[in-house]
Design a binder for this molecule. Structure first.
Ligand code: ADP
Ligand code: MG
Length: 700
């Protein structure tokens, strides 16, 4: 007998999802609300009062006394401003929550980054309910808050958050796909974008964390000599998980399940004290919100175990940093378009979407790079632990061969086995073999989806996926327009395509591949040769955030976002300003923190050791003992020159901090770090003021 699948009893218990909707709303209203959620339709204002009332009751049944509009401001984290349900009516306290409370909020948002969009005199910001991402309960040790996912915009309607452009980009892709799929004779359907975000993170013992001002203030260690044992033995990846960590993970997953987040996989990552959590994929907007909650939950639950969760891209130098692989795909009418079909017609659609993606990634590699730019990720990209900063596509040998044959087409000279004819040939079965996966590519085809591996561990998924949707919307739209021009599309009955249609499509795809195949690279992305080869191919290589963000200032990119209704010129410009400033601010905080730690913690420790050594040396000489003085003398020279270098390094960093050249600040920090990390070996362990890598990296 087949074992019956058991329902996880509290999965989604803290989410106002289908089950709660059916329990707390009248049948009719429930139906309307579910249609809104499932179809992405606008909410009927007539039912908002009843929905609000139901949500309030549902939330109060779960102990909530407050509610908040929950949104994704440009800071890259989440924001919430809590209001209680409490209202005084005729001198009596009541718990109230109106339709208006649910649908719009007016936080005084002047302190959120707006990149010049909103000045303080018009400080009003609006949050607007996004019914496609369900309300949820956030619990704390003595209560709970109802959270309502919202979009956040200025008084003028301009987006001040990450969600609004994401939702618009999904609309753009939907428009383009509708146009294309009609030409394939498909009935009009709903476009679905999907995302599975693999989240990497580090854990560190709280007792060490608290003694590291760099971790507390910047999320990464600014100093620290390598531990004798790091990741050389390759014994951490997929290794046995210690009980304390496993209990932590279990706790995290149970919290996530309550929030309806399908956490699925957990394992040790490559670096010591590094781990990964991967959920099952979901609809993109929801998955993006859910990833924000995953990060929150990891941080919160860690506290319970005396741990701190580090989501920075590079908490430790010399060992791997953390990424967030964005597994992304597109479906139409529920069918994954990146799943190669089993008949010529489905194959043609798959290959069209594939070519559109190849075109999009080649044409807009700069935007994809900009979407993953940030002070933290700069330490990771191109450091032979993560993909290089050059954006390329990995297809795998088999799909690369298919694409090659498609490009060769059915010309009379080509041998049959060499070419692929759309509408006639069937794709070979592409094995989804994990071992064949290339881990060095920033953008890899993995069987039925693309895996964008460049995003850093702390990024909000909405940014990179918004770019992906937009650039693919553009190339799908272009291919559809070409097909329309050919005059052969859409003439056949649905599902029955003429040879002429397939021939026209094949010609378009061949031209697309000819123009954009340079972005395909199936080799090892970590090899230096590839960077040289990529330069020859003319692929951009923005090695730091300052370079990468320039993509947002290009006229053609502003035109792209505008054309597809994703962002106005002003919105894009504001993002450029916000991200540039965020980068500069973060580097400045790091530089200042490094300077302060060096002068207030390291310098005194080295001076102490120097004095002690000098005193020992003098004491020996005073009693005419020469043995030992050679060693003491040597130590004194090493400490002394280290001390001089330290002082110089601090001064140089201080000078750099006086200017606005952030790469210069980073260079000065690096020089200072080299000096400090050497000195770490010259000062008594008990006198070193910071927990060391060897202390922090091995958890039990
Ligand atoms: P890896 O080998 O990179 O660790 P896994 O197979 O463990 O990859 O997981 C990759 C992620 O991709 C998971 O979150 C999974 O749910 C997600 N995924 C699978 N199919 C799709 C899809 N069609 N769209 C988006 N994400 C998907
Ligand atoms: Mg992966």
């Amino acid at each position: 007998m087949m074992e019956e699948a058991k329902k996880v009893s509290d999965f989604g218990a803290d989410v106002f999802g289908a089950e709660a909707i059916k329990t707390y709303l009248s049948k009719e209203t429930a139906k309307k609300l579910l249609a809104t959620i499932e179809g992405g339709k606008p909410l009927d204002p007539a039912i908002s009062g009843e929905v609000a009332h139901a949500i309030k009751h549902w939330a109060m049944d779960r102990g909530a006394t407050h509610y908040t509009h929950w949104f994704l401001p440009m800071t890259g984290s989440t924001a919430e401003k809590h209001d209680s349900f409490l209202e005084m009516k005729d001198g009596e306290p009541i718990m109230a929550f109106s339709g208006k409370n649910l649908i719009v909020g007016e936080p005084d948002a002047s302190s959120f980054p707006s990149g010049g969009i909103r000045s303080t005199f018009e400080a009003r910001g609006y949050t607007a309910w996004d019914p496609t991402s369900p309300a949820f309960i956030k619990r704390h040790s003595n209560g709970a808050t109802l959270c309502i996912p919202t979009a956040f915009c200025a008084y003028t309607g301009e987006a001040l958050d990450k969600k609004t452009p994401l939702l618009r980009s999904m609309q753009a892709l939907d428009n383009s796909l509708k146009r294309l799929m009609k030409l394939f004779g498909k009935d009009e359907a709903h476009t679905g974008c999907t995302l599975g975000a693999e989240q990497e993170y580090f854990l560190v013992d709280k007792k060490y964390y608290e003694k590291r001002p760099d971790l507390v203030l910047t999320g990464r260690t600014l100093f620290g000599a390598p531990s004798a044992k790091g990741q050389q033995l390759e014994d951490h990846y997929f290794g046995t998980i210690p009980d304390r960590i496993l209990s932590f993970m279990n706790d995290v997953e149970r919290e996530l399940w309550k929030l309806g987040i399908p956490a699925k996989t957990r394992h040790n990552e490559v670096a010591p004290a590094q781990f990964e959590l991967a959920p099952q994929f979901e609809e993109l907007n929801l998955a993006s919100d859910h990833n924000m909650l995953v990060m929150d939950t990891l941080r919160n639950v860690a506290e319970k175990y005396g741990l701190k969760c580090l989501l920075h891209e590079k908490p430790y130098a010399g060992i791997n940093g953390s990424g967030k692989h964005n597994n992304w795909s597109v479906s139409y009418g529920g069918k994954n378009l990146l799943d190669p079909g089993s008949n010529p017609d489905e194959n043609a659609i798959f290959l069209t979407i594939l070519c559109a993606i190849i075109e999009a990634v080649d044409k807009h590699a700069d935007l994809l790079r900009a979407a993953v730019a940030g002070a933290g990720n700069d330490h990771r990209l191109g450091a032979n632990e993560a993909p290089p900063a050059v954006i390329s596509i990995y297809l795998g040998d088999q799909l690369a061969e298919v694409v090659d044959r498609l490009e060769k087409g059915s010309g009379s000279k080509a041998k049959k086995s060499d070419s692929m004819k759309l509408g006639v040939d069937i794709l070979p079965v592409l094995p989804k073999d994990a071992t064949d996966r290339n881990r060095t590519s920033p953008f890899a085809f993995t069987g039925n989806k693309f895996e964008f591996r460049a995003p850093g561990s702390s990024v909000c998924c909405a940014g990179p996926t918004m770019v992906l949707n937009t650039i693919v919307a553009e190339s799908v739209d272009r291919i559809a327009a070409e097909l329309e021009k050919s005059g052969v599309a859409g003439k056949a009955k649905p599902g029955e395509h003429t040879t002429a249609f397939h021939a026209a499509l094949q010609k378009i795809l061949q031209e697309t591949l000819k123009a954009h195949k340079r972005v395909i690279f199936n080799g090892n992305g970590y090899e230096a040769d590839w960077i040289t080869e990529a330069a020859k191919r003319g692929l951009p290589n923005a090695t730091n955030t300052v370079e990468a963000l320039k993509a947002l200032t290009k006229k053609e990119n502003a035109a792209l976002f505008k054309k597809y209704g994703v962002m106005s010129e002003r919105e894009l410009k504001s993002r450029y300003e916000i991200l540039s400033e965020d980068y500069a601010t973060r580097v400045r905080i790091e530089g200042t923190c490094a300077r302060d730690m060096a002068s207030e913690m390291i310098l005194p420790a080295v001076k102490g050791e120097y004095l002690k050594t000098a005193q020992a040396c003098a004491a020996a000489k005073a009693v005419d003992v020469t043995s030992g003085t050679l060693a003491l003398g040597e130590d004194l020279v090493e400490l002394g020159s280290g001390l001089d270098a330290l002082k110089t390094g601090i001064k140089k960093l201080d000078e750099a901090l006086g200017g606005t050249d952030m790469p210069a600040v980073l260079t000065a920090m690096q020089a200072l770090r080299t000096t400090v990390d050497t000195l770490e070996h010259h000062v008594a362990d008990a006198k070193w003021p910071l927990p060391k890598y060897r202390d922090m990296l091995f958890l039990y």
